[in-house]
Design a protein around this ligand. Structure first.
Ligand SMILES: Nc1ncnc2c1ncn2[C@@H]1O[C@H](COP(=O)(O)OP(=O)(O)OP(=O)(O)O)[C@@H](O)[C@H]1O
Ligand SMILES: [Mg+2]
Length: 329
């Protein structure tokens, strides 16, 4: 089963360990039978040249969520890989005790529970480009939840306000971000605008706490639900999680492969009702899917470290396998 790998560096400096790494072996999911041949439908998650991402598509009530959960349970049984399951729908998944038990997952109900992840981990450990990546990653996620247009001057203000702090501080919270933005606006005699009002709104709740490093967080399983959260909170949380996952994965070495090239899994991100974020053109989302799929298909030397299971209604532009259409349940 999984072990830990100590090698991981940021800007040449040793950072934290790489967390869970599963055994390199084939991982199969068996789901129903194919409609035309009646043969059992089996999907290899981590073979050479296979996409590690999957989208499950279908009409309302066609069994997408149930299919996704079945796939997750099977992967969990075979690999014990950590699973981060985002429930962007009505929150039913968080109420399913048997699911939490099967996935060995802790349930988080945002904003009642804060997500215990240091979202900006490592911004102060690397070089200038690490800081810039983290600040601009946050800025772009933040801007997506601000209603109305954010102009180039406002964008620049956010970057300038946060960069010095992100380069020197760790365990940054949204309250810190609010303070730094307000200080910057005051120092530069800027008028309160949608940037300030949005961060004021968001800090009404504690969306995340910086308790766990990404390695600690993504080495265990979580079911995270946003049923009682406002859309801004839900979307920002999802974007920040994607940013943190993307940054963490970029810093890791490739997971080991077995002799046939089956890649060990590190972490699975599963999103129920993913349409809430798929339409957003979020950079971390396309980074993760584009990099892993592209390398897997065209260079044969992929650095796949995670499999994704999406349940999108709007999948255009994203690669995926329509498992739902293969099922005869
Ligand atoms: N393979 C199956 N065999 C029997 N019942 C199933 C199967 N798949 C789904 N169902 C049942 O069909 C109903 C709808 O399933 P599910 O919630 O997974 O669909 P969905 O496509 O995710 O729906 P929504 O669009 O509302 O999110 C549920 O009651 C579920 O238990
Ligand atoms: Mg569903």
């Amino acid at each position: 089963m999984g072990g830990t790998n100590p090698s991981s560096t940021i800007g040449g400096r040793r950072a934290e360990g790489a967390g869970f790494i599963g055994q390199a072996k084939p991982v199969h999911i068996r789901l129903g039978n194919e409609l035309d041949t009646d043969a059992p439908y089996e999907w290899l998650v981590n073979g050479v040249g296979y996409s590690p991402h999957v989208a499950i598509m279908g009409q309302a009530g066609s069994g997408k969520t149930r299919t996704m959960l079945e796939a997750l349970k099977q992967i969990k049984e075979q690999t014990n890989v950590p699973i981060v399951l985002l429930d962007l729908g009505k929150g039913e998944l968080a109420d399913d005790d048997r699911l939490a038990e099967a996935l060995n997952a802790k349930v988080l109900r945002v904003p009642t529970n804060a997500i215990p992840l240091d979202m900006f981990f490592g911004s102060n450990l690397g070089d200038e480009s690490d800081v810039a990546d983290t600040v601009m990653g946050f800025r772009d996620s933040f801007i997506k939840v601000i209603s109305g247009n954010v102009g180039p001057v406002q964008k620049d203000n956010i970057k300038e306000a946060l960069r010095p702090h992100f380069s020197s501080r760790d365990h940054i919270t949204l309250d810190d971000v609010k303070k730094w933005l307000k200080d910057y606006y005051e120092e530069n005699e800027l008028r309160t605008d949608s940037v300030i009002s949005t961060i004021n709104d968001l800090t009404e709740w504690k969306i995340f706490s910086a308790d766990f490093s990404p390695t600690e967080f993504f080495s265990q399983s979580w079911i995270i639900t946003f049923a009682h959260a406002q859309d801004t909170v839900k979307n920002l949380s999802a974007y920040l999680l994607l940013d943190a996952l993307n940054t963490w994965m970029k810093r890791l070495d490739a997971a080991p492969q077995d002799a046939q090239g089956h890649r060990a899994l590190r972490c699975i991100l599963a999103v129920d009702e993913a349409r809430h974020i798929l339409g957003s053109k979020h950079k971390a989302l396309s980074d993760i899917t584009a990099t892993a799929v592209g390398l897997a298909l065209w260079h044969g030397s992929s650095r796949i470290r995670s499999a994704w299971v999406f349940e999108p209604s709007e999948i255009r532009g994203h690669r995926g396998v329509a498992l739902g259409q293969l099922l005869d349940c």
